[in-house]
Design a protein around this ligand. Structure first.
Ligand code: GLY
Length: 345
């Protein structure tokens, strides 16, 4: 069954109706009453982040673990918020938030990424700018400290959208990105997961209980949206497997006419559904409210047997979450003073 985040999003249609209602009645009310009853202004900037979705069982996480995850999410959220508050671009905010999570071994991205079947850490990432629909993506990189910044460099270079493996590494070196030896990304906890997956013939989900991909979506004060996603993929992935995260339209998408989306979950299903583009298309073409669009598309993922979640931000500043797992590491903040992180459903 589809479960929604406990953050309830306002919906665009309702906001428009409320605005009209306020406009009509403002001519009839004394000033003090208007000030009290007028609907809140649409946020000038807005950001949502995720750090993966899965079976987050409250009883299996210590208070300290919960506090550590929340602090990590808050640090990423604060970094993105600070960019937006200062008038920076949505893209810069998305990257500021993701860079922090890539460096944090608690998340399956950058340092602390899961291991492939062959015992490597192969990283995927993508960014998309809703203003121009410029996009950049990389897959299978093993020595780039911040794959999200490499995706950004691909986007800015503009000749190609999607680079892989050795070519992507060469591009990173040519563009002066920070490189690290492959061992830098490896952590004992992730190696233990791979060993257990092999020894007990488990699936990636059985062994990790979650998809630890990280992502961010943002709206800036100029009214533009952007999305970014970064991941190590699935524990035990083989044969150069690529998930949804770096595939534009599957795990990552942004379009100023609709929304910005970043996904986390069983990538194969998100690719089949074209999740991120599908959500934007529903908002743009059907006029769906963002929560309705996100829930409908996540239901399609669930119907095919997949699980995970999405974060969505619209040009009017709504930030919504939808996931069909027990929990999703997530947070959102905006110019109206909202700043919150959560884990469980
Ligand atoms: N959602 C991340 C992956 O499947 O690789």
């Amino acid at each position: 069954m589809l479960r929604k985040a406990d953050f309830c999003a306002s919906n665009a249609l309702m906001n428009r109706m409320l605005s009209r209602f306020a406009l009509i009645f403002s001519t009839m009310l004394p000033v003090a009453a208007i000030a009290q009853d007028a609907p809140a202004e649409a946020p000038k900037w807005s950001i949502a982040i995720h750090g993966g979705a899965g079976t987050m069982d409250r009883s299996k996480m210590t208070d300290q673990q919960q506090a550590d995850y929340k602090a990590a999410l808050q640090a990423a959220l604060d970094a993105g918020s600070s960019v937006l508050r200062g008038g920076g671009t949505a893209m810069a905010a998305v990257e500021a938030a993701i860079v922090i999570m890539e460096d944090d071994p608690k998340f399956n991205a950058g340092r602390g990424a899961v291991f492939t079947w062959d015992g490597k850490n192969e990283l995927d990432a993508a960014v998309m700018d809703g203003r121009t629909r410029a996009a950049g993506a990389v897959t299978g990189v093993t020595t780039v400290r911040h794959p999200i910044l490499l995706a950004d460099a691909v986007m800015k270079d503009g000749r190609h959208v999607f680079l892989s493996g050795a070519g992507a590494e060469e591009f990173a070196q040519e563009h002066g990105l920070q490189m690290e030896p492959p061992e830098w990304f490896a952590t004992p906890a992730r190696k233990e997961s791979l060993d257990r997956l092999k020894a007990e013939q488990l699936t990636a989900y059985d062994v990790d209980h979650k998809y630890g991909t990280v992502g961010a979506v943002a709206l800036d004060q100029q009214g533009h949206v952007a999305a970014g996603t970064s991941t190590g993929g699935l524990t035990g992935k083989r044969w150069g497997r690529i998930g949804d995260s770096p595939i534009i339209g599957a795990g990552t998408y942004a379009d100023d006419r609709a929304c910005a989306v970043s996904a986390t979950g069983a990538g194969e299903y998100f690719i089949k559904v074209g999740v991120a583009h599908e959500i934007c298309a529903r908002i743009r073409l059907l006029g769906d409210a963002p929560q309705v669009a996100a829930d409908a598309v996540m239901q399609e993922v669930a119907d095919l047997g997949g699980d995970g979640g999405v974060i969505v931000v619209t040009p009017s500043g709504e930030a919504v979450f939808s996931f069909n797992t027990q929990g999703m590491y997530r947070g959102r903040a905006d110019s109206s003073g909202t700043s919150e992180v959560a884990i469980f459903n």
